[in-house]
Design a protein around this ligand. Structure first.
Ligand code: FES
Length: 173
């Protein structure tokens, strides 16, 4: 018997709910796991999670909207988040942002057409004394300069080889 995408997703969510617990306290853990696996959290996934945890879908929706690392729309395999809070702003985040946009050919809030990179703004990452600070998935980069951007992007691209791994997950080719 073939499972549809939705059935497969539902099975995964049931397994996650069993693993983390079917209570409100498990919500963030489940959402993070779904984000890691699918790079976004669909409307359908939010609905199923709400059912499994017996909470209102609006609650799930508001948690997804609140946290910048959770996304409703599909994200690239590498999500680059550049801090735009005051200290990083003063340390030169605009020049870094321009370099990222030039190198990737997209603006903040967009994903490259090949689905590899997304550019997002972030609020303070807690590395204010080493700004500009930037996150690539879960990895933090500090004292980022426009000159360093090319190397950082190259490092990401090299992880798209046959056995490429991002954050412990094999990337679909
Ligand atoms: S202001 Fe950018 S890390 Fe704090």
């Amino acid at each position: 018997m073939f499972l549809t995408e939705r059935e497969r997703l539902r099975d995964e969510l049931v397994e996650l709910a069993d693993r983390f617990g079917r209570s409100r306290g498990a919500l963030l853990f489940i959402l993070q796991e779904v984000q890691n696996r699918y790079y976004s959290i669909s409307e359908y996934a939010m609905q199923v999670i709400a059912d499994l945890l017996d909470i209102h879908p609006v609650e799930v929706h508001s948690v997804v909207s609140f946290y910048s690392f959770l996304n409703e729309r599909p994200q690239g395999q590498f999500v680059i988040r550049l801090c735009r809070t005051i200290t990083c702003d003063m340390a030169g985040k605009d020049q870094v942002a321009r370099q990222l946009e030039n190198d990737l050919g997209i603006t903040f809030g967009q994903t490259t057409p090949d689905g590899k990179f997304s550019l997002e703004w972030a609020h303070c990452l807690g590395m204010c004394d080493q700004g500009p600070a930037m996150l690539v998935n879960q990895r933090v980069y500090t004292r980022v300069t426009p000159e360093k951007i090319h190397g950082i992007l190259q490092e990401c691209r090299q992880r798209f080889g046959v056995h490429a791994v991002a954050d412990g997950k094999e990337l679909p080719q």
